[in-house]
Design a binder for this molecule. Structure first.
Ligand code: SAM
Length: 499
């Protein structure tokens, strides 16, 4: 059967068996779903009991990694067993059938992306400790979901999904991008991603190769990636886990991902990366990240977590399935010596956005530690930060602009119980990055009055008069703080495009 026909009939069978996100979630329950995120199957097994209907059969194959009888498999996937076996999706065990890859329903409440994701079977289900193969294709992970949530979902013409793996980012991109290109170094990843896209009806141009080599002549409006950023000691290529390690020294892969993206960004084009970076002895980490980008690009880095070498190494040794094995301690020591030799004192984990400005101007660059609570999806917050960077924040322009306070800002007051005045007044956003800023009476009053009616200059004079303060001094003070308030999304120009 031609592959396109096989994909179409496979999709029909998945729909007929109700192998869809909501139906499967309902079948296995929240405990089953949570267990699967922890790589354990017992709760799902309990939910299925002894059922042998098509949906239960598919759950046994793909969620529990159990073989099923030929008869049950044929009932769930009628007329498809030989085709799927020939293409390496199923394994024929005689009178039984097992899954050779995972086929999982996918649905996102954030943007409505739906479909099926094809990836390798988890090697550590129920802590089985099967070694992970170097060409292992990871399914949808927490990092995949986070990257999807931080991606700016605006309609654009061209996007690149760099290191597509199981192809999940492209399922999202295909909804708001005219032409999606996806690359991967691992041929197996592209092979499985093509199943993901085919089953899910996503039109994606998959290309094999190292980083940007397959798109050398292309320009993009959006590039998204959670590349293989794990900074592990060098290993022979045959032993390297392609989904997480690059073989480059330290954070060299992250540096290449960022620097080599720059010439491929169209004017206004955006790179969004989820990754790791090194904090090196005697080097300012933020400065290093700024150097990767250069002064003519906008840069926003939010470091969400900082791990010391011990925490970092333990996390990735566990991810490779080495916990409890004889290799754990020697690998741990080797990794520590490697970090010591490189001068890696800690590893930052977080999100990075680079934008090529549309007009010729200096880049607006912010590299920050932001471990605080946020509200996902934060894609719109990244979009707003990019928009704010395009505003003219000269003193004259700021005072003449009419501003509005953004939606979802609360005022918090802190102080001694019974005191007449609070000791601290904080404005905090309930949205996106949940930014917070401490204000005094004057600044709080001005921000509170920002409803688009009066210019900032007029508001400053009015508040100075009410507080009997020096208007010039207040103007200087407010203008010093205003750019950060704009870039953090507390205020926006009342008329879009003006600022
Ligand atoms: C962490 S996985 C991310 C998969 C997917 N983007 C997601 O969100 O789930 C990283 C992917 O990058 C691919 N990769 C590794 N080295 C690469 C390279 N040098 N060039 C392109 N892709 C690479 C791996 O094969 C893997 O599929």
């Amino acid at each position: 059967m031609p592959r396109t026909d096989l994909i179409a009939r496979f999709r029909d069978a998945l729909l007929a068996a109700d192998w869809t996100p909501d139906a499967v979630l309902q079948r296995i329950g929240e405990a089953g779903q949570a267990g699967l995120w922890r790589n354990t199957t017992i709760a799902t097994e309990a939910a299925l009991g002894t059922d042998d209907d098509p949906q239960a059969t598919l759950a046994r194959l793909w969620l529990l990694q159990q073989s099923v009888s030929h008869v049950d498999a044929e009932r769930a996937l009628p007329g498809l067993l030989s085709g799927l076996t020939e293409h390496g999706l199923l394994t024929d065990l005689g009178d039984r059938v097992a899954a050779a890859v995972d086929v999982r329903p996918y649905g996102s409440d954030d943007d409505g992306a739906t479909g099926w994701v094809v990836s390798d079977l988890s090697p550590s289900l129920d802590h089985s400790g099967t070694p992970t193969a170097p060409d292992y294709v990871l399914g949808v992970s927490p990092a995949s979901t986070t990257l999807a949530q931080l991606t700016v979902r605006r309609p654009v013409a061209r996007a690149l999904d760099l290191g597509t793996g199981c192809g999940v980012q492209s399922l999202h991109l295909a909804r708001h991008v005219d032409r999606v290109v996806a690359t991967d170094l691992n041929p197996r990843a592209l092979e499985l991603a093509r199943w993901t896209w085919g089953l899910s009806g996503a039109d994606v141009d998959g290309r094999l190769g190292d980083l940007y080599a397959p798109v050398a002549d292309d320009l993009f409006d959006l590039i998204v990636t959670n590349p293989p950023f794990v900074m592990s000691p060098p290993r022979p290529e045959a032993e390297r886990l392609t989904y997480r390690e690059s073989g480059l020294t330290g954070d060299g892969l992250m540096q290449r991902v960022v620097t080599e993206a720059l010439p491929r960004l169209a004017p206004g084009g955006r790179l969004q990366v989820l990754g790791n970076w090194a904090h090196l002895r005697d080097r300012d980490w933020a400065e290093r990240l700024r150097e990767w980008v250069g002064p003519e690009f906008d840069l926003l880095v939010l470091e969400r977590e900082l791990l010391d070498p011990y925490e970092y190494i333990e996390m990735w040794l566990a991810d490779a399935g080495l916990t409890g094995t004889d290799e754990w301690a020697p690998r741990y020591r080797e990794w520590l010596s490697y970090f010591d030799a490189l001068g890696v004192e800690a590893v930052g984990m977080g999100w990075l956005q680079v934008i090529r400005p549309e007009s010729h101007r200096a880049g607006v660059q912010r590299v920050e530690t932001w471990p605080h609570q946020i509200v996902q999806p934060v894609g719109e917050a990244f979009a707003a930060a990019g928009d704010a960077a395009t505003l003219d924040l000269s003193a004259e322009r700021m005072v003449n602009t009419h501003w509005t306070l953004a939606d979802g800002i609360d005022q918090e007051t802190l102080g001694r119980p019974g005191a007449a005045d609070p000791e601290h007044v904080v404005l905090r956003s309930r949205r996106g990055f949940c930014r917070a800023v401490e204000v005094d009476t004057a600044l709080g009053g001005i921000l509170g009055a920002c409803d688009g009616d009066l210019s900032l200059g007029v508001l400053i004079s009015a508040v100075a008069q009410v507080l009997e303060a020096d208007a010039n001094a207040l103007r200087t003070e407010v203008l010093e703080r205003w750019p950060a308030l704009v870039l953090d999304g507390f205020v926006e120009p009342a008329t879009p495009g003006v600022g």
